[in-house]
Design a protein around this ligand. Structure first.
Ligand code: NAI
Length: 469
């Protein structure tokens, strides 16, 4: 096989693309990955999950030292913010992680091409580097893993200085006095939390009458209450209709969602966090007849093949939540399918986590889903105020809710709000994947004292027999 001909070419090196490339190489395929960015890892590693988690952790340590350590008997008087160093450690985390993927590519013999990849025909990928001449490579199979890009509102331009996307919000040169966030979803609340902890006043404008749409409503209401207690100004049922910028800030016009009297709010920085859209522009998909849905996502079958059989798609460019771990699992399954194995993703069991303090996590059905589907269910709830470890850690905000089938006791959904909710949801995902009942969780020995005991207690509450409540 010539150097420029591959069994598989993956376009995009985010969590979907790089994982697919590695698994395909493990399956014995000759694989190339084309990435337009100067580093590997896509949005997640470069300007998404990883830098945001580095800032969430560092800002939480700062907030804790400033506001919460004294009650634990730790005198941290004189704690000061060094924003330059906080950003530097975040950048170092990112460069270590993107370098890690370059290492994994070498180890697995995945060929990396830097440049913008597009399809000349169904077996030819053109690569246009930022500098130098374009070249083409041949591919028996192609995976589109180009991810998503930030959405904005009509008439509002993101300049990454005053009006920023998540990318700009990860690198602000100073703490804004007032950050106005448009959109009360995951990005708005995570990055809002970072800058709130570092000293900004944060106002969140959300179109709907609730935060974090798609998550369980009871969890969302409790989350909003906790965030308000932390000092967030949350305006639900409100829409931003205009943003006027100057060199130093913005005047944001906010109206009730249904229309009515507008108010103007002054802010130093405005964060646009109203969602993301699939990134498929310029790939040449239309001329090859690759079918898309109404909102620009590539239509795929269960094996992730598109309407052109050797062209596959995974991650944010197809249906489903725009989550790194969903893209990763699809990458593995798709690479296995191309190698003739039986790759599969259970899309009913994709956990979701919001990395605020407390964290919010969920897997499976919400109460609203079950009501809409007319499924009779039991709900078992256990608050962290009754969990000994949470009490010892002074982290008693939140609860675990386990939803089960009323007839069979099968676990249908688990929803957690609590300081360690992100880690705790793994147990619930496993329970759902194995079709466990609440009794199965209750009969599983949970280490004491841990916050995971709250999952066991909520499971016991689902059939009416919690011990500590
Ligand atoms: P999102 O879909 O989570 O939230 C967007 C919010 O903006 C929604 O609450 C929506 O109702 C609101 N909205 C829409 N139009 C509006 C308007 N005109 N005025 C006011 N509010 C409006 O999207 P977000 O936060 O931008 O995140 C993008 C994607 O990235 C999501 O799919 C999310 O799952 C993913 N992500 C996941 C993370 C995680 O798993 N921890 C972290 C960050 C992002």
């Amino acid at each position: 096989m010539s150097e420029d001909s591959f069994d598989l070419v993956v376009i995009g090196s985010g969590p979907g693309g790089y994982v697919a490339a590695i698994r395909a190489a493990q399956n014995g395929l000759n694989v190339a990955c084309v990435e337009k960015g100067s580093t590997l890892g896509g949005t997640c590693l470069n300007v998404g999950c990883m830098p945001s988690k580095a800032l969430l952790h560092a800002s939480e340590v700062y907030d804790s030292a400033k506001n919460h350590m004294a009650e634990l008997g730790v005198d941290a008087t004189g704690v000061k913010l060094n924003l330059k160093q906080m950003m530097a450690q975040k950048d170092k985390t990112v460069s270590d992680l993107t370098g890690g993927i370059a290492y994994l590519f070498k180890k697995n013999k995945v060929t990396h091409f830097e440049g913008f990849g597009s399809l000349k025909d169904k077996n030819t990928v053109e690569i246009k580097p930022t500098k130098g001449k374009a070249k083409t490579i041949k591919a028996d199979n192609i995976i589109i893993a180009t991810g998503s890009e930030v959405s904005t509102l009509p008439g509002i331009k993101i300049d990454e200085k005053i009006v920023v996307s998540s990318t700009g919000a990860l690198s602000l040169p100073k703490v804004p006095k007032h950050l106005l966030v448009i959109g009360g979803g995951v990005i708005g609340l995570e990055l809002g939390s970072v800058w709130k902890r570092l000293g900004a006043k944060v106002t969140v404008v959300e179109y709907l009458d609730r935060l974090i749409p798609g998550m369980d409503l009871e969890v969302a209401k409790n989350f909003a209450r906790i965030l308000k207690k932390q000092g967030f100004d949350i305006k639900t049922s409100s829409k931003v209709v205009d943003v006027k910028t100057t060199k130093t800030g913005a005047k944001v016009k906010v109206e009730p969602a249904k229309g009515g009297k507008a108010e103007t709010i002054a802010a130093d920085v405005v964060l646009m966090a109203v969602g993301r859209k699939p990134y498929t522009e310029g790939l040449g998909l239309e001329k090859l007849g690759v079918e898309m849905d109404k909102i620009g996502r590539i239509k795929v079958s269960g094996d992730f093949s598109s309407s052109v059989s050797n062209i596959y798609a995974i991650g944010d460019v197809i249906e489903g939540p725009m989550l790194a771990h969903k893209a990763e699992d699809e990458g593995v399954a798709c690479a296995d399918n191309i190698a003739g194995l039986a790759g599969h993703v259970n899309h009913d069991v994709i956990p979701g986590v919001i990395y605020t303090m407390p964290e919010v996590s969920a897997v499976g059905k919400t109460e609203e889903d079950l009501k809409e589907a007319g499924i009779a269910y039991n709900s078992g709830k256990f608050p962290f105020t009754a969990n000994s470890r949470a009490k010892a850690n002074h982290q008693t905000d939140g609860f675990v809710k386990v939803l089960t089938d009323k007839e069979t006791d099968k676990v249908l959904g688990v929803h957690i709000i609590g300081s360690d909710a992100g880690n705790m949801i793994a147990e619930a995902a496993l329970a759902l994947e194995f079709g466990a009942s609440a009794e199965d969780i209750a009969l599983t020995c949970h280490a004491h004292p841990t916050q995971t005991e709250a999952v066991k207690e909520a499971a016991m509450a689902a059939f009416g027999k919690p011990i500590h409540m």
